[in-house]
Design a protein. Structure first.
Length: 260
């Protein structure tokens, strides 16, 4: 029985079916935000019941098909999926006091990450890069703080609504960092201080280009390393299977010789 559920769990048909239901569920959740008629709302409600039943069956198949039950909850993805499904089982009346539970149901869409290996790899890479990203972000904040302090000291008398203190200056520079209409911040100062372009151009080169590209480089490096580890695991598994087959063949030959 366990082998049957394991084969179902590992089959492409099962995985694609789960993926389709998750996407369909995302579609029904989106539809529910529109001003629909009574019939449409009732239809979506019953579809939600069926989707919830499907997810319960899916989690059950995955759990029963797990060769070692203790390993099932060692995976963070399995814990996440189980939690989302259990939350879906809680009946939610249509009022604001149950808003949190209704919002949690929206997170069922995130289950698509645990189904698609490529998305799972990206999320795991993001988590794996948090330490390095933190240090780069800290350096970025220090540079941002230095520029904000300079801006507050030099520009506060000219344009106080943007540069009155360090806090306001940091908000202004954050807009420049995103390159969102940053010229509207620079040009008024350019009319007062001819050298203002040096301040803004140096900030954009250091923060918006160099530091952000460094963050991207870290993420790419982690993704590449994760892929290499994954390939090594697959190679090791394949080699183990080959050795197992060779060992089985040798045992069969030895038995055949003994029988002769």
């Amino acid at each position: 029985m366990k082998q049957t559920f394991f084969k179902i769990r590992e089959s492409k048909l099962f995985q694609y079916s789960v993926l389709f239901i998750i996407i369909f569920n995302a579609f029904t959740i989106g539809l529910n935000t529109y001003n629909l008629g009574e019939f449409s709302r009732e239809l979506i409600k019953y579809l939600d019941y069926l989707i919830t039943i499907f997810f319960v069956i899916e989690i059950s198949i995955r759990f029963i098909g797990e060769p070692r039950k203790s390993n099932f909850f060692k995976s963070g993805w399995n814990i996440f999926d189980t939690f989302i499904v259990l939350v879906s089982l809680i009946p939610i009346p249509n009022n604001s006091s149950f808003l949190l539970l209704r919002l949690l149901r929206v997170f069922r869409v995130l289950r698509v990450i645990s189904i698609i290996p490529e998305l799972k790899l990206i999320i795991e890479s993001l988590i794996g890069s948090l330490k390095r990203v933190f240090y780069v972000s800290l350096l970025l904040f220090i540079i941002l703080y230095i520029y904000a302090t300079i801006g507050a000291i030099v520009f506060s008398n000219s344009i106080p609504e943007r540069w009155s203190d360090v806090g306001v200056s940091m908000i202004t520079l954050f807009q420049v960092l995103t390159l969102s209409s940053w010229e509207q911040v620079m040009l008024p100062l350019q009319d007062i201080y001819w050298w203002a372009w040096i301040y803004f151009f140096s900030f954009i080169i250091v923060c918006a280009i160099t530091m952000l590209n460094l963050l991207i480089a870290i993420l790419v490096d982690v993704v590449v390393n994760q892929n290499e580890k994954k390939d090594d695991v697959i190679k090791t598994r394949n080699n183990a299977e080959k050795l197992n087959e060779q060992f089985s063949e040798e045992i069969s030959l030895d038995k055949l010789k003994k029988d002769q």
